[in-house]
Design a protein around this ligand. Structure first.
Ligand SMILES: Cc1ncc(COP(=O)(O)O)c(C=O)c1O
Length: 450
């Protein structure tokens, strides 16, 4: 039975990821383990890249690397003809190391350092999305000192509440991101950009938030942005050639039917039509349209595998199964109350289902991966797969409690291969310098002078 694209449950082999048994992958690579189906990733990318070819060909899909970025992923993004959004010097560095074409990179971030700006300009990134006026001046200065003209977007905050988790709402007026579209600040920013000899204003950008299912906030954003483009034309005589509507399309973490589409095509077409209509109304040429999806490209392409260590029955009847990872490899449940679905990796044999609280191994009561997972009776050693774990998990991992980070494995054409090695205990202490105290060896003897 297909439960997600390229993820199935087979009555004889159990959970299959890209056609390979999850139990075998766990045996081969150990757990916890992030497993991605490249076919699933490519399929959702192709849905994005093909959705508008007939109605709005002048568009570009930019994959938001913050959702999941490895060098292999950067290669796939390029092979599939998408651009890449990076939001730190680290993400930029990785992309360049993976030979991603810099001219297809959009560089984001609400507090880019001087070093990051210099690196972005010198590497020739395609667009810098400028978050605020201070940054605008810094980018102008850096581009002037390097003797280049840098193409930029202005990130604007349209003041829309997309009704998602408050930590995921980035377009509301009190957001830390972007230039508020209030009290003329945004028009001043455009004026300043146009007056900056080393900046070329390519477009305006907004990203209203993430995990949004309803199209109406996106459509409202499209209207607001086009209205502003018309205001810029009327007041400053400049026709902004590009419009970036960000990412944010929601993904079903639980209870998705086997044939539920992810709504990519419909979402993109609705947004593009709305932009075209609004431009027609305002007498503007349609801009080159950018979208920046992250989650909806990668979330459902991955399963995280864990091994059950202990199973407990509490006095109140709650069953607890503890696995060998937790909030260090997936902070989303603790951070946003994110909910997931868990499946058993081995063939279940069709027995009775029980409700388990799946917890991690960290020293936090909040370290719960799934509050109520419906699973056959579990025993220590069983491998569990958490579905839809491809976005904002690997990228938000930590080493809390000094747990080494899991390996990342990709599956393509029924073959599996490591794209990031599992961290070792030695990796965890590699940057420690315990013998560097200026007074020599620290410790009670040194301290007492004895
Ligand atoms: C500027 C920008 N673009 C795109 C994205 C991707 O959003 P999502 O993963 O929800 O599609 C984000 C996410 O935070 C973002 O900040």
């Amino acid at each position: 039975m297909r439960i997600r694209p390229h993820i199935e449950i087979d009555s004889n082999k159990g959970l299959l990821i890209g056609g390979l048994p999850a139990v075998k992958l766990a045996e081969k690579y150990g757990t916890p383990l992030y497993v991605y189906s490249e076919d699933a990733i490519r399929e959702s990318m192709r849905e994005y890249t093909s959705a508008l070819t007939d109605i709005y060909p002048h568009h570009t899909i930019v994959y938001a690397g913050k959702a999941y970025l490895t060098m292999r992923m950067a290669e796939i993004v390029h092979e599939e003809g998408l651009w890449l959004d990076v939001s730190s010097g680290g993400e930029l560095f990785l992309a360049l190391k993976a030979n991603f074409p810099p001219e297809h990179i959009v560089f984001h971030g609400n507090n880019k350092s001087a070093g990051e700006i210099a690196m972005a300009v010198s590497s020739g990134v395609g667009r810098i999305a400028i978050d605020n006026v201070t940054e605008l001046e810094r980018v102008q200065k850096e581009a002037a000192s390097q003797g280049v003209v840098q193409k930029v977007f202005l990130r604007l905050t349209p003041g829309i509440d997309p009704h998602t988790h408050e930590y995921l709402s980035t377009g509301v007026i009190d957001s830390k991101f972007g230039i508020p579209m209030h009290s003329g600040q945004h028009l001043d920013a455009v004026r300043l950009t146009l007056a900056s000899p080393n900046l070329k204003l390519m477009g305006i950008h907004c990203h209203i938030g993430s995990q949004i299912f309803d199209d109406s906030p996106f459509l409202l954003a499209a209207d607001i942005m086009v209205d502003f483009a018309a205001e810029v034309r009327d007041k400053l005589g400049y026709v902004i050639p590009e419009l970036d509507l960000g990412g944010g399309l929601g993904v079903r973490y639980k209870d998705a039917g086997p044939d539920d589409g992810n709504g990519i095509r419909k979402h993109l077409r609705n947004a593009a039509k709305r932009v075209a209509e609004a431009c027609f109304r305002k007498g503007l040429p349609t801009p080159r349209l950018f979208f920046e999806p992250g989650r909806s490209i990668v979330a459902s392409s991955a399963v995280t595998l864990y091994t059950v260590g202990t199973v407990k029955a509490l006095p109140n009847g709650i069953l607890i199964a503890a696995v060998d990872g937790g909030m260090s490899d997936n902070p989303r449940p603790a951070l946003y109350g994110a909910e997931y679905e868990a499946v058993l990796a081995r063939p279940s044999g069709g027995g009775e289902l029980l409700s388990y609280r799946l917890v991690g191994k960290h020293c936090e009561e909040g370290d719960t991966l799934v509050r109520s997972a419906c699973l056959p009776e579990l025993s220590p050693g069983d491998v569990i797969g958490i579905l839809v774990s491809g976005a904002y998990q690997y990228s938000m991992k930590s080493n809390y409690n000094h747990l080494p980070n899991p390996a990342v494995v990709h599956v393509a054409e029924r073959q599996s291969f490591v794209v990031v090695e599992r961290e070792t205990l030695e990796d965890l202490v590699a940057k420690e310098r315990p013998f560097s105290h200026p007074l020599g060896k620290a410790g009670p003897e040194a301290a007492s002078g004895g």
